[in-house]
Design a protein around this ligand. Structure first.
Ligand code: SF4
Length: 428
């Protein structure tokens, strides 16, 4: 297939790779011919191919880089530019008016994208009134702004995770949505508060394609449950069903990169499953703060005691806990930060690892308009020292700058975000 026959291009990046693998599979399974799509990480290749449509998916943290690419594409080939992902959902007007996209996909994109691409082909790649019939789009027709409603794909597993027509593989999305509603997190507002799961037989069928079996889920131990409670028998059924694939030589990683687990789901029962059925050596646990008042303020719905218990149990079962923290949370006092330092130190002393992140006000979350708190001198010194000694992972340093850029973005371009549930309550 020559480049010139490709009418659609996907701008693949490290960060949107997994999402596009799943989306391309969904397009194909609805009958879309993938040989019509150029999938590439190379912007020059897109320019050379001169497609009629270019698909992007990105986070708010990436908007500056995306804007530059949009300018290049507009100048050189002027395609229809379509944006999906968390930023487009939370800030469609910014995506269209400022970044320069023609269409924003709002919500879960599997069906919307199929309908959009089919409709655009029919109209010979023009933005027409027909698009107002497709749920999940925001765009302008002349001066008039249209939003056709938030697209939901309740049973997302009706689409396979991997395309047949393209050699693309990624960790598999097995669960979607989260009921916890932590105030800094976009997941529940973009994917819903109820967790849904890919069925076990489908997970097994497609896991065969992976060398190392890895999964995408907001909370790996919530598999099979609406999300808020542990259904250990469901997790066990899944892991047990994957055993024949392990015997064929694949390694099975669960509750670790690229997913994580909530500390209140780390129990003897869940850890026994990891040890018995998986090759997991490190378990990724979201702690976020060492201060119960802060955990309450951010709506984490677990306590420091859960983190301590999760770390102790993980070590007892021979797993290395890798524990995530967010520093500089809104209204976080030096005393609160001291409590986080104490907990981080305790985790490292015990033999666990810490990953530190700086608070980033993400559009589409209740804390989108909140300001980070300055880091206390003690926190700065502690993180600096630990990073120099290679004891702390995480990108808190670069995130300070990204956080600043996000605050500016919210100050200049704040708009009411689109959400799975209607309104997102702004808490700052
Ligand atoms: S941070 Fe994790 S537990 Fe909290 S809402 Fe997001 S996905 Fe759910």
């Amino acid at each position: 297939m020559s480049y010139s026959s490709m009418e659609v291009a996907v701008r693949l990046t490290r960060r949107n790779h997994n999402a596009f693998v799943h989306l391309l599979a969904a397009l194909e399974s609805q009958g879309y011919d993938l040989s019509n799509i150029l999938v590439t990480k190379d912007l020059n290749e897109i320019v050379k191919a001169k497609p009629k449509v270019v698909l992007y998916s990105f986070y708010s943290q990436e908007v500056d880089e995306v804007k530059k690419e949009v300018e290049i594409l507009k100048e050189k080939i002027n395609p229809i530019l379509v944006a999906g992902g968390y930023h487009a959902i939370a800030m469609p007007k910014h995506t269209l008016n400022v970044l320069g996209f023609d269409i924003a996909v709002i919500g879960e994109g599997e069906e919307t994208l199929y309908r959009l691409l089919t409709s655009l082909k029919k109209s010979n790649y023009k933005i027409t009134k027909e698009l107002t019939d497709i749920k999940g789009l925001a765009f302008y027709l002349g001066e008039r702004f249209f939003f056709t409603g938030f697209a939901k794909v309740e049973d997302f597993w009706k689409f396979p995770p991997y395309p047949e027509g393209l050699k693309l593989i990624s960790p598999m999305e097995i669960s979607r949505g989260c009921p916890f509603g932590c105030y800094y997190c976009q997941t529940p507002y973009a994917k819903g508060f109820r967790m849904r799961h890919r069925p076990i037989d489908q997970i097994v069928k497609y896991s065969r394609r992976m060398k190392d079996m890895r999964y995408i889920t907001p909370n790996a131990f919530a598999y099979g449950s609406p999300g808020g409670i542990l259904k250990v028998e469901k997790v066990e059924a899944l892991l047990r069903a994957l055993q024949p694939l392990r015997k064929e030589g694949r390694r099975l990683f669960y509750g670790t990169f690229p997913s994580e687990v909530r500390p209140d789901f780390v129990t003897r029962e869940t850890l026994e499953l990891l040890v018995k059925y998986t090759d997991t050596k490190r378990i990724a646990i979201g702690a976020q703060s060492g201060d119960n008042a802060m955990l309450k303020a951010m709506h984490r719905l677990h306590k420091v005691e859960h983190v301590i218990n999760a770390v102790e149990l993980s070590l007892e079962y021979g797993l290395e806990p890798v524990v995530d923290f967010i520093v500089g949370l809104p209204n976080e006092s030096p005393e609160s930060q001291k409590k986080s330092i104490e907990l981080m130190k305790w985790i490292m002393r015990k033999g666990g690892k810490v990953r530190a992140h700086y608070f980033m006000p993400l559009p589409g979350t209740p804390w989108a308009r909140c300001k980070p708190s300055p880091l206390s001198n003690e926190m700065k010194k502690f993180l600096g020292r630990m990073a120099a000694e290679g004891k702390i992972e995480g990108s808190w340093g670069v995130q300070i700058n990204i956080s600043r850029r996000l605050q500016k973005l919210m100050e200049e371009f704040y708009e009411e975000p689109m959400s799975y549930h209607g309104k997102v309550k702004m808490l700052c």
